[in-house]
Design a protein around this ligand. Structure first.
Ligand code: UGA
Length: 434
Protein backbone atom coordinates (compact mmCIF):
# COMPACT_ATOMS: atom_id res chain seq x y z
CA UNK A 1 0.00 0.00 0.00
CA UNK A 2 2.96 2.29 0.78
CA UNK A 3 3.26 3.83 -2.69
CA UNK A 4 -0.36 4.85 -3.09
CA UNK A 5 -1.09 6.38 0.28
CA UNK A 6 -4.07 8.64 -0.23
CA UNK A 7 -5.08 11.29 2.24
CA UNK A 8 -8.49 12.67 3.09
CA UNK A 9 -8.98 15.87 5.03
CA UNK A 10 -12.20 16.82 6.78
CA UNK A 11 -12.71 20.59 6.68
CA UNK A 12 -11.46 22.78 3.82
CA UNK A 13 -10.59 25.92 5.82
CA UNK A 14 -7.09 27.47 6.00
CA UNK A 15 -5.56 24.39 7.59
CA UNK A 16 -7.35 21.70 5.57
CA UNK A 17 -6.83 23.43 2.26
CA UNK A 18 -3.16 24.31 2.83
CA UNK A 19 -2.38 20.83 4.15
CA UNK A 20 -4.13 19.18 1.20
CA UNK A 21 -2.32 21.36 -1.33
CA UNK A 22 0.99 20.81 0.49
CA UNK A 23 0.69 17.01 0.59
CA UNK A 24 -0.48 16.93 -3.04
CA UNK A 25 2.57 18.95 -3.99
CA UNK A 26 4.63 16.27 -2.24
CA UNK A 27 3.07 13.68 -4.54
CA UNK A 28 0.18 12.30 -2.47
CA UNK A 29 -3.38 12.14 -3.74
CA UNK A 30 -5.65 14.14 -1.47
CA UNK A 31 -9.41 14.38 -1.05
CA UNK A 32 -10.78 17.41 0.75
CA UNK A 33 -14.19 17.05 2.34
CA UNK A 34 -16.33 20.01 3.37
CA UNK A 35 -20.05 20.45 3.99
CA UNK A 36 -19.99 23.77 2.11
CA UNK A 37 -21.04 22.87 -1.44
CA UNK A 38 -19.97 26.20 -2.90
CA UNK A 39 -16.49 25.88 -1.41
CA UNK A 40 -16.16 22.36 -2.80
CA UNK A 41 -17.17 23.53 -6.26
CA UNK A 42 -14.70 26.40 -6.16
CA UNK A 43 -11.86 24.10 -5.19
CA UNK A 44 -12.80 21.63 -7.92
CA UNK A 45 -12.77 24.41 -10.47
CA UNK A 46 -9.22 25.23 -9.35
CA UNK A 47 -10.10 28.37 -7.38
CA UNK A 48 -9.03 28.96 -3.80
CA UNK A 49 -11.84 30.06 -1.45
CA UNK A 50 -9.29 32.01 0.63
CA UNK A 51 -6.43 34.35 -0.18
CA UNK A 52 -3.07 32.85 0.73
CA UNK A 53 0.13 33.59 -1.22
CA UNK A 54 0.88 30.91 -3.81
CA UNK A 55 -2.17 28.79 -2.97
CA UNK A 56 -4.30 29.67 -5.98
CA UNK A 57 -1.58 28.93 -8.50
CA UNK A 58 -0.59 25.65 -6.86
CA UNK A 59 -4.19 24.51 -6.52
CA UNK A 60 -4.84 25.18 -10.21
CA UNK A 61 -1.78 23.15 -11.21
CA UNK A 62 -2.67 20.25 -8.88
CA UNK A 63 -6.27 20.16 -10.09
CA UNK A 64 -5.01 19.95 -13.68
CA UNK A 65 -2.80 17.02 -12.72
CA UNK A 66 -5.73 15.39 -10.86
CA UNK A 67 -3.82 15.14 -7.56
CA UNK A 68 -6.43 16.87 -5.46
CA UNK A 69 -10.21 16.77 -5.37
CA UNK A 70 -12.94 18.12 -3.12
CA UNK A 71 -16.20 16.50 -2.11
CA UNK A 72 -19.14 16.95 0.25
CA UNK A 73 -19.28 13.18 0.76
CA UNK A 74 -17.39 12.14 3.90
CA UNK A 75 -17.92 8.40 3.39
CA UNK A 76 -16.34 8.67 -0.04
CA UNK A 77 -13.39 10.69 1.28
CA UNK A 78 -12.67 8.14 4.02
CA UNK A 79 -13.23 5.04 1.91
CA UNK A 80 -10.93 6.31 -0.86
CA UNK A 81 -8.02 7.11 1.49
CA UNK A 82 -5.74 5.44 4.04
CA UNK A 83 -5.24 8.44 6.34
CA UNK A 84 -7.84 11.01 7.39
CA UNK A 85 -6.94 14.36 8.90
CA UNK A 86 -9.51 16.19 11.01
CA UNK A 87 -9.12 19.89 10.12
CA UNK A 88 -12.39 21.34 11.39
CA UNK A 89 -12.62 24.63 13.34
CA UNK A 90 -12.42 24.67 17.13
CA UNK A 91 -13.86 28.10 18.02
CA UNK A 92 -14.13 29.62 21.50
CA UNK A 93 -17.25 29.55 23.56
CA UNK A 94 -18.22 32.77 25.36
CA UNK A 95 -16.56 31.53 28.57
CA UNK A 96 -13.26 30.77 26.78
CA UNK A 97 -13.84 27.01 26.56
CA UNK A 98 -13.21 25.34 23.25
CA UNK A 99 -16.35 24.52 21.31
CA UNK A 100 -15.77 20.91 20.25
CA UNK A 101 -18.99 20.42 18.32
CA UNK A 102 -17.27 20.08 14.92
CA UNK A 103 -14.72 17.68 16.39
CA UNK A 104 -17.61 15.65 17.84
CA UNK A 105 -19.55 15.62 14.57
CA UNK A 106 -16.60 14.79 12.35
CA UNK A 107 -15.20 12.04 14.58
CA UNK A 108 -18.63 10.41 14.79
CA UNK A 109 -19.04 10.54 11.01
CA UNK A 110 -15.50 9.22 10.38
CA UNK A 111 -16.20 6.43 12.87
CA UNK A 112 -19.26 5.35 10.89
CA UNK A 113 -17.32 5.47 7.63
CA UNK A 114 -14.59 3.29 9.18
CA UNK A 115 -17.10 0.54 9.95
CA UNK A 116 -17.06 -0.47 6.28
CA UNK A 117 -13.29 -0.29 5.82
CA UNK A 118 -11.34 -3.49 5.70
CA UNK A 119 -7.84 -2.02 5.53
CA UNK A 120 -5.92 -0.29 8.27
CA UNK A 121 -6.77 3.41 8.49
CA UNK A 122 -5.25 6.20 10.56
CA UNK A 123 -7.23 9.19 11.81
CA UNK A 124 -5.07 12.21 12.66
CA UNK A 125 -6.33 15.29 14.48
CA UNK A 126 -4.87 18.50 12.98
CA UNK A 127 -7.35 20.91 14.53
CA UNK A 128 -6.05 22.66 17.64
CA UNK A 129 -7.75 20.82 20.51
CA UNK A 130 -7.19 21.11 24.28
CA UNK A 131 -5.05 18.38 25.85
CA UNK A 132 -7.00 15.14 26.41
CA UNK A 133 -9.52 15.82 23.61
CA UNK A 134 -8.17 13.15 21.26
CA UNK A 135 -8.31 10.52 24.00
CA UNK A 136 -11.56 11.57 25.60
CA UNK A 137 -13.65 12.76 22.66
CA UNK A 138 -12.19 11.64 19.33
CA UNK A 139 -11.27 8.03 20.16
CA UNK A 140 -14.57 7.14 21.91
CA UNK A 141 -16.52 8.57 18.95
CA UNK A 142 -14.40 6.68 16.43
CA UNK A 143 -14.76 3.44 18.39
CA UNK A 144 -18.50 3.81 18.78
CA UNK A 145 -19.09 4.67 15.14
CA UNK A 146 -16.82 1.98 13.72
CA UNK A 147 -17.49 -0.81 16.19
CA UNK A 148 -13.68 -1.30 16.25
CA UNK A 149 -11.08 -0.80 18.94
CA UNK A 150 -8.54 2.03 18.55
CA UNK A 151 -5.11 0.44 18.11
CA UNK A 152 -5.84 -2.93 16.55
CA UNK A 153 -8.90 -1.65 14.63
CA UNK A 154 -7.52 1.66 13.40
CA UNK A 155 -4.72 4.11 14.19
CA UNK A 156 -4.96 7.51 15.86
CA UNK A 157 -2.54 10.46 15.82
CA UNK A 158 -2.52 14.09 16.90
CA UNK A 159 -0.45 16.13 14.46
CA UNK A 160 -0.64 19.85 15.25
CA UNK A 161 -0.15 22.46 12.56
CA UNK A 162 2.20 25.43 12.90
CA UNK A 163 1.05 27.40 9.86
CA UNK A 164 0.95 31.18 9.85
CA UNK A 165 -1.66 32.82 7.72
CA UNK A 166 0.02 34.78 4.97
CA UNK A 167 2.80 32.19 4.67
CA UNK A 168 0.87 28.98 5.32
CA UNK A 169 2.03 27.07 2.26
CA UNK A 170 5.64 28.06 2.78
CA UNK A 171 5.37 27.03 6.47
CA UNK A 172 3.84 23.68 5.50
CA UNK A 173 6.58 22.88 3.01
CA UNK A 174 9.43 24.13 5.24
CA UNK A 175 8.44 23.43 8.84
CA UNK A 176 10.73 23.98 11.87
CA UNK A 177 9.54 20.67 13.29
CA UNK A 178 6.91 18.00 12.84
CA UNK A 179 5.10 16.77 15.93
CA UNK A 180 3.39 13.40 15.80
CA UNK A 181 1.40 12.41 18.85
CA UNK A 182 0.56 8.73 18.53
CA UNK A 183 -1.72 6.20 20.10
CA UNK A 184 0.76 3.44 19.29
CA UNK A 185 3.91 3.00 17.14
CA UNK A 186 1.97 1.70 14.12
CA UNK A 187 -0.20 4.85 14.01
CA UNK A 188 2.90 7.06 14.32
CA UNK A 189 4.84 5.11 11.66
CA UNK A 190 2.01 5.52 9.18
CA UNK A 191 1.90 9.27 9.68
CA UNK A 192 5.69 9.63 9.73
CA UNK A 193 5.71 8.05 6.26
CA UNK A 194 3.87 11.12 4.93
CA UNK A 195 6.57 13.41 6.25
CA UNK A 196 9.64 11.51 5.13
CA UNK A 197 10.33 14.04 2.36
CA UNK A 198 10.54 16.97 4.80
CA UNK A 199 13.85 18.30 6.08
CA UNK A 200 12.64 18.88 9.64
CA UNK A 201 13.08 17.04 12.93
CA UNK A 202 10.17 14.72 13.69
CA UNK A 203 9.12 14.51 17.32
CA UNK A 204 7.10 11.42 18.26
CA UNK A 205 5.08 11.86 21.45
CA UNK A 206 1.90 10.78 23.21
CA UNK A 207 -1.40 12.27 22.03
CA UNK A 208 -1.67 14.59 25.04
CA UNK A 209 1.88 15.91 24.71
CA UNK A 210 1.30 16.79 21.04
CA UNK A 211 -1.88 18.66 21.95
CA UNK A 212 -0.05 20.56 24.66
CA UNK A 213 2.94 21.43 22.42
CA UNK A 214 0.58 23.36 20.17
CA UNK A 215 -0.97 25.37 23.02
CA UNK A 216 2.37 25.97 24.72
CA UNK A 217 3.89 27.22 21.44
CA UNK A 218 1.06 29.60 20.58
CA UNK A 219 0.82 30.89 24.15
CA UNK A 220 4.56 31.48 24.29
CA UNK A 221 4.49 33.47 21.05
CA UNK A 222 1.46 35.46 22.25
CA UNK A 223 3.32 36.15 25.50
CA UNK A 224 6.46 37.18 23.63
CA UNK A 225 4.51 39.71 21.54
CA UNK A 226 2.78 40.99 24.66
CA UNK A 227 6.12 41.35 26.39
CA UNK A 228 7.38 43.43 23.45
CA UNK A 229 4.22 45.53 23.69
CA UNK A 230 4.64 46.11 27.40
CA UNK A 231 8.26 47.16 26.94
CA UNK A 232 7.07 49.22 23.97
CA UNK A 233 4.52 51.06 26.11
CA UNK A 234 7.29 51.97 28.55
CA UNK A 235 9.57 53.00 25.66
CA UNK A 236 6.86 55.34 24.37
CA UNK A 237 6.78 57.10 27.72
CA UNK A 238 10.56 57.44 27.58
CA UNK A 239 10.41 58.85 24.05
CA UNK A 240 12.45 55.98 22.61
CA UNK A 241 11.85 53.47 19.84
CA UNK A 242 10.83 49.95 20.94
CA UNK A 243 12.20 48.51 17.68
CA UNK A 244 15.67 49.86 18.40
CA UNK A 245 15.48 48.34 21.88
CA UNK A 246 14.22 44.97 20.64
CA UNK A 247 16.96 44.85 18.02
CA UNK A 248 19.42 44.83 20.89
CA UNK A 249 17.36 42.37 22.90
CA UNK A 250 16.74 39.94 20.01
CA UNK A 251 20.45 39.53 19.30
CA UNK A 252 20.66 37.42 22.45
CA UNK A 253 20.40 33.91 20.99
CA UNK A 254 18.44 32.76 24.03
CA UNK A 255 15.73 35.27 23.13
CA UNK A 256 15.89 35.38 19.27
CA UNK A 257 14.72 38.35 17.18
CA UNK A 258 11.38 36.83 16.16
CA UNK A 259 7.97 37.91 17.45
CA UNK A 260 9.29 41.01 19.19
CA UNK A 261 7.49 43.49 16.95
CA UNK A 262 5.61 45.84 19.25
CA UNK A 263 2.33 47.40 18.15
CA UNK A 264 -1.40 47.09 18.67
CA UNK A 265 -1.32 43.47 19.76
CA UNK A 266 -1.96 40.07 18.29
CA UNK A 267 -5.16 39.16 16.49
CA UNK A 268 -6.23 36.34 14.23
CA UNK A 269 -8.06 33.08 14.64
CA UNK A 270 -5.39 31.38 16.77
CA UNK A 271 -3.53 33.29 19.49
CA UNK A 272 -6.54 35.00 21.15
CA UNK A 273 -8.56 31.77 21.12
CA UNK A 274 -5.75 29.43 22.12
CA UNK A 275 -4.47 31.45 25.09
CA UNK A 276 -8.03 31.71 26.37
CA UNK A 277 -8.59 27.98 25.91
CA UNK A 278 -5.42 27.13 27.84
CA UNK A 279 -6.43 29.43 30.69
CA UNK A 280 -9.83 27.77 30.74
CA UNK A 281 -8.37 24.23 30.62
CA UNK A 282 -5.97 25.11 33.46
CA UNK A 283 -8.89 26.41 35.52
CA UNK A 284 -10.71 23.11 35.09
CA UNK A 285 -7.58 21.35 36.30
CA UNK A 286 -7.56 23.60 39.37
CA UNK A 287 -4.76 25.93 38.28
CA UNK A 288 -4.96 29.71 37.95
CA UNK A 289 -2.88 30.62 34.86
CA UNK A 290 -2.36 34.23 35.94
CA UNK A 291 0.51 35.01 33.55
CA UNK A 292 -1.57 33.95 30.55
CA UNK A 293 -4.57 35.88 31.85
CA UNK A 294 -2.47 39.02 31.93
CA UNK A 295 -1.31 38.36 28.36
CA UNK A 296 -4.97 38.51 27.33
CA UNK A 297 -5.58 41.68 29.37
CA UNK A 298 -2.57 43.62 28.07
CA UNK A 299 -3.35 42.53 24.52
CA UNK A 300 -6.96 43.61 24.62
CA UNK A 301 -6.00 47.10 25.83
CA UNK A 302 -3.29 47.60 23.23
CA UNK A 303 -5.45 48.69 20.22
CA UNK A 304 -7.01 51.49 22.29
CA UNK A 305 -3.58 53.06 22.74
CA UNK A 306 -3.90 54.24 19.16
CA UNK A 307 -7.14 56.04 19.97
CA UNK A 308 -5.59 57.65 23.08
CA UNK A 309 -2.67 58.93 21.00
CA UNK A 310 -5.02 60.20 18.33
CA UNK A 311 -7.10 62.13 20.86
CA UNK A 312 -4.01 63.60 22.40
CA UNK A 313 -3.16 65.03 18.98
CA UNK A 314 -6.54 66.10 17.58
CA UNK A 315 -8.84 66.33 20.61
CA UNK A 316 -12.44 65.17 20.30
CA UNK A 317 -13.14 62.73 17.48
CA UNK A 318 -16.67 63.93 16.92
CA UNK A 319 -17.24 64.78 13.26
CA UNK A 320 -13.59 64.10 12.33
CA UNK A 321 -12.74 62.10 9.23
CA UNK A 322 -10.25 59.34 10.02
CA UNK A 323 -8.45 57.32 7.33
CA UNK A 324 -7.77 53.74 8.47
CA UNK A 325 -5.11 51.96 6.44
CA UNK A 326 -5.17 48.18 6.88
CA UNK A 327 -7.97 46.02 8.27
CA UNK A 328 -6.60 42.46 8.14
CA UNK A 329 -5.12 41.08 11.39
CA UNK A 330 -1.77 40.87 9.59
CA UNK A 331 -0.48 41.47 6.04
CA UNK A 332 -0.86 38.97 3.18
CA UNK A 333 -4.25 37.72 4.31
CA UNK A 334 -7.89 38.71 3.86
CA UNK A 335 -8.70 37.44 7.36
CA UNK A 336 -10.11 39.96 9.84
CA UNK A 337 -10.89 37.59 12.70
CA UNK A 338 -9.95 39.26 16.01
CA UNK A 339 -8.17 41.95 14.02
CA UNK A 340 -7.25 44.98 16.17
CA UNK A 341 -8.90 47.01 13.36
CA UNK A 342 -12.31 45.78 14.57
CA UNK A 343 -11.81 47.34 18.01
CA UNK A 344 -10.24 50.49 16.61
CA UNK A 345 -12.96 51.18 14.04
CA UNK A 346 -15.70 50.37 16.53
CA UNK A 347 -14.22 52.85 19.04
CA UNK A 348 -13.78 55.55 16.38
CA UNK A 349 -17.45 55.22 15.48
CA UNK A 350 -18.51 55.19 19.15
CA UNK A 351 -16.70 58.48 19.64
CA UNK A 352 -18.45 60.06 16.65
CA UNK A 353 -15.69 59.93 14.00
CA UNK A 354 -16.32 59.21 10.32
CA UNK A 355 -14.15 56.33 9.05
CA UNK A 356 -12.79 55.79 5.55
CA UNK A 357 -10.92 52.51 5.38
CA UNK A 358 -8.68 50.80 2.87
CA UNK A 359 -7.11 47.33 2.80
CA UNK A 360 -5.65 45.58 -0.26
CA UNK A 361 -7.40 42.26 0.49
CA UNK A 362 -9.64 42.39 3.56
CA UNK A 363 -12.34 44.95 2.76
CA UNK A 364 -14.84 42.33 1.64
CA UNK A 365 -14.60 40.51 4.98
CA UNK A 366 -14.47 43.71 7.06
CA UNK A 367 -17.59 45.04 5.35
CA UNK A 368 -19.57 42.14 6.87
CA UNK A 369 -18.89 43.58 10.35
CA UNK A 370 -18.98 47.27 9.34
CA UNK A 371 -21.21 47.72 6.30
CA UNK A 372 -21.75 51.43 6.85
CA UNK A 373 -18.27 52.98 7.05
CA UNK A 374 -16.58 54.38 3.94
CA UNK A 375 -14.30 52.12 1.90
CA UNK A 376 -11.73 53.56 -0.50
CA UNK A 377 -10.27 52.01 -3.64
CA UNK A 378 -6.73 52.87 -2.61
CA UNK A 379 -4.72 54.21 0.30
CA UNK A 380 -4.38 57.52 -1.50
CA UNK A 381 -8.13 57.83 -1.90
CA UNK A 382 -8.70 57.08 1.81
CA UNK A 383 -6.27 59.85 2.75
CA UNK A 384 -8.08 62.56 0.76
CA UNK A 385 -9.53 65.15 3.12
CA UNK A 386 -8.83 63.07 6.27
CA UNK A 387 -8.21 64.86 9.56
CA UNK A 388 -5.91 62.05 10.67
CA UNK A 389 -4.63 58.68 9.49
CA UNK A 390 -4.24 55.44 11.45
CA UNK A 391 -2.04 52.70 10.00
CA UNK A 392 -3.36 49.43 11.41
CA UNK A 393 -1.82 46.67 9.24
CA UNK A 394 1.75 46.74 7.88
CA UNK A 395 0.96 45.96 4.24
CA UNK A 396 4.01 46.18 2.01
CA UNK A 397 2.33 48.71 -0.31
CA UNK A 398 2.06 51.26 2.53
CA UNK A 399 5.85 51.54 2.49
CA UNK A 400 5.58 53.17 -0.94
CA UNK A 401 3.42 56.02 0.39
CA UNK A 402 5.17 59.39 0.37
CA UNK A 403 4.70 62.87 1.85
CA UNK A 404 2.97 63.73 -1.42
CA UNK A 405 0.25 61.14 -0.81
CA UNK A 406 -0.28 62.31 2.76
CA UNK A 407 -0.48 65.93 1.63
CA UNK A 408 -3.99 65.15 0.32
CA UNK A 409 -5.10 64.98 3.98
CA UNK A 410 -6.77 67.95 5.63
CA UNK A 411 -4.85 67.37 8.86
CA UNK A 412 -1.31 66.13 9.34
CA UNK A 413 -1.59 63.55 12.12
CA UNK A 414 -0.40 60.04 11.16
CA UNK A 415 -0.28 57.31 13.79
CA UNK A 416 1.10 53.83 13.21
CA UNK A 417 -0.17 50.79 15.10
CA UNK A 418 2.26 48.61 13.18
CA UNK A 419 5.60 49.53 11.73
CA UNK A 420 4.57 50.15 8.12
CA UNK A 421 5.66 53.49 6.68
CA UNK A 422 9.07 54.39 5.38
CA UNK A 423 10.50 57.24 7.50
CA UNK A 424 12.61 58.31 4.49
CA UNK A 425 9.44 58.92 2.44
CA UNK A 426 7.01 60.17 5.09
CA UNK A 427 7.62 62.85 7.69
CA UNK A 428 6.25 63.30 11.15
CA UNK A 429 4.36 60.12 11.94
CA UNK A 430 4.46 58.49 15.34
CA UNK A 431 3.82 54.92 16.47
CA UNK A 432 2.14 53.37 19.50
CA UNK A 433 5.47 52.15 20.84
CA UNK A 434 7.92 54.35 18.92
C1 UGA B 1 -0.13 31.64 14.55
C2 UGA B 1 1.22 30.95 14.77
O1 UGA B 1 2.29 31.83 14.43
C3 UGA B 1 1.31 29.66 13.94
O2 UGA B 1 2.53 28.99 14.23
C4 UGA B 1 0.14 28.77 14.29
O3 UGA B 1 0.13 27.57 13.52
C5 UGA B 1 -1.15 29.50 14.02
O4 UGA B 1 -1.18 30.69 14.82
C6 UGA B 1 -2.30 28.59 14.37
O5 UGA B 1 -2.45 28.23 15.55
O6 UGA B 1 -2.98 28.09 13.46
P1 UGA B 1 -1.13 33.30 12.71
O7 UGA B 1 -2.14 33.64 13.75
O8 UGA B 1 -1.60 32.94 11.36
O9 UGA B 1 -0.19 32.07 13.21
O10 UGA B 1 -0.15 34.56 12.48
P2 UGA B 1 1.13 35.17 13.26
O11 UGA B 1 2.14 35.51 12.25
O12 UGA B 1 1.55 34.31 14.36
O13 UGA B 1 0.53 36.55 13.83
C7 UGA B 1 -0.47 36.57 14.83
C8 UGA B 1 -0.69 37.99 15.30
O14 UGA B 1 0.42 38.44 16.05
C9 UGA B 1 -0.89 39.01 14.17
O15 UGA B 1 -1.92 39.90 14.52
C10 UGA B 1 0.44 39.72 14.11
O16 UGA B 1 0.35 41.03 13.61
C11 UGA B 1 0.84 39.71 15.57
N1 UGA B 1 2.31 39.85 15.78
C12 UGA B 1 3.15 38.90 15.32
C13 UGA B 1 2.80 40.95 16.46
O17 UGA B 1 2.01 41.84 16.91
N2 UGA B 1 4.15 41.07 16.67
C14 UGA B 1 5.01 40.12 16.22
O18 UGA B 1 6.23 40.30 16.46
C15 UGA B 1 4.52 39.04 15.54
Amino acid sequence: MRKQVRISLIGAGYVGLTTAVGFSKKGFKTILMDIDKEKVERINSGESPIYEPGLREMLKELRREGNIEATTNLDYAVSESEITFICVPTPSRRNGDTDLRYIEDSSKAIGKALRLKEHYHVVAVKSTVPPETTERVVIPNLEEGSGKKAGPGFGVCMNPEFLREGSALEDFLNPDRIVIGELDPRSGETLAFLYRGFAAPVLRTSLKVAEMIKYASNSFLAMKITYANEIGNICKKLGIDAYEVMKGVGLDSRISPHFLRAGIGFGGSCFPKDVLALVSKAEKLGYNASLLKEVINVNSRQPYRMIDLLKKRIGSLKGKRIAVLGLAFKPETDDVRESPALRIVSELIRQGAGVVAYDPKAMFNFRKAFPKIGYAESAKEALKGADACLVVTEWREFRDLTDDDFSAMRGSVIIEGRRALDPKKVDGFEGVCW
